[in-house]
Design a binder for this molecule. Structure first.
Ligand SMILES: [Zn+2]
Length: 387
């Protein structure tokens, strides 16, 4: 490999720590006076944020996104924000709320319809103007969307999920407060936590890996490995919540700057074809992707640095410096079992869907980061083993 060269971009400002939501009022007041507040299916989770806005003199208009956001949700959110004269967008919720808010902020800054800018099925027009100021406040520990530059929208008519994407869409501020994870249900801890874990593994073995992202992945993997199972079993201590929130944040920083791999390459078409939450599908795919990637690398690319990366992951998660890559895979398989992650068939996928999923997965943008190119048979093996 030639000299090291990389770029790194993220939210303008990241405020992390238990209780950091308290900083929202002055932070928002410096950015605008009327905020569209995008929430997930439980708008009450954003009440504390709205109170902070009110006490800082920032008016707020609520907009709830019930499921993973669609093109229609982004359109409606932008219409509402325009009608209400919002000059600031805030999202307080899981990845769905944050992606929806990020899309709305981009549409307010650029005008027009989401389909003008959507990758794959839209007109692919570039986003050329800054978003209106956007503040992201995650209430789950999974997507890391608070520090990424894309918003995933589904287009039900095309049965696909695609992104609005631009460095101009990076949030103006991310407030990551582990106290907001109190009361998160175990199933959400499992799906979002394993998504975060996958988002630390895939950039670390990505063909675009770089030393800055590597450091984030090592730290994030160690924290996730020691705390995710405990969180699922009910431990909501501050130490555990901090670990989950950092693992999610670091995963977002990593994927936005080093790309992803086959877990996300297959998850993208799955999420478009079935009503399956992103985190749950990534969690179900992770063990088979690790196994198939390792086998393909050993067979075709025995010189690949990714093989050493998989050994390093194994050492981090098992705590044994001499662990080999297969020990890491076994550790992940046992974690996924312990967290009671349902297979893909739970979401309606079956063996007859494998060819269509494989064809779409090969074209998915996330697939480009995978450390080895997988053929159709290998992708079919991944989907088949994850049903
Ligand atoms: Zn993900």
């Amino acid at each position: 490999m030639s000299g090291v060269r990389f770029e790194f971009a993220t939210a303008t400002r990241v405020v992390f720590g238990p209780g950091s939501l308290a900083e929202l009022g002055p932070l928002a007041a410096a950015l605008g006076s009327r905020a569209l507040v995008v929430t997930g299916r439980t708008p009450e989770r954003a009440e504390a944020a709205r109170e902070r806005l009110a006490s800082a003199g920032v008016a707020s208009i609520a907009f709830a996104v019930i499921c993973e956001p669609t093109v229609g949700d982004a359109r409606r959110g932008a219409d509402l924000a325009r009608a209400e004269g919002a000059d600031l967008v805030l999202a307080c919720g899981g990845g769905s709320a944050i992606d929806a808010g990020k899309a709305v902020a981009a549409l307010l800054g650029n005008g027009g319809d989401p389909l003008n800018y959507l990758e794959v099925v839209g007109r692919g027009q570039p986003i050329t103007l800054p978003s209106v100021p956007f503040v992201a406040i995650p209430t789950t520990a999974g997507t890391g969307s608070e520090v990424t530059r894309n918003a995933v929208l589904s287009s039900p008519e095309h049965r696909i999920k695609a992104s609005l994407r631009s460095p101009l869409m990076l949030p103006r501020a991310a407030i990551v407060d582990p106290d907001l994870l109190l009361g998160l249900p175990a199933s959400v801890v499992a799906a979002s936590g394993l998504d975060a874990f996958a988002q630390l593994v895939e950039p670390f073995v990505s063909v675009r890996a770089n030393p800055l992202v590597d450091a984030l992945c090592r730290e994030g993997l160690a924290r996730s490995a020691r705390s995710l199972r405990r969180a699922y079993e009910g431990d909501r201590s501050e130490a555990v919540r901090v670990d989950l929130a950092l693992a999610s944040l670091f995963g977002g920083l990593a994927l936005a700057n080093a790309g992803l791999g086959a877990v996300h390459g297959v998850a993208a078409p799955l999420g478009g074809m079935f009503d399956a939450p992103h985190g749950a599908t990534c969690a179900a795919l992770l063990p088979a992707v690790l196994r198939v990637n390792l086998a393909a690398l050993s067979r075709r690319r025995p010189e690949s640095p990714a093989l050493g990366r998989y050994r390093e992951i194994a050492a981090i998660v098992t705590g044994r410096p001499g662990a080999d890559a297969a020990d890491g895979v076994a550790w992940v398989e046992s974690l996924v079992r312990a967290l009671e992650v349902p297979g893909l068939s739970h979401w309606g996928a079956s063996a007859s869907d494998v060819p269509a999923l494989v064809a779409k997965a090969r074209a998915a943008s996330s697939m480009k980061g995978n450390p080895v190119e997988l053929d159709e048979a290998e992708l079919a093996e991944i989907v088949g083993a994850s049903l």
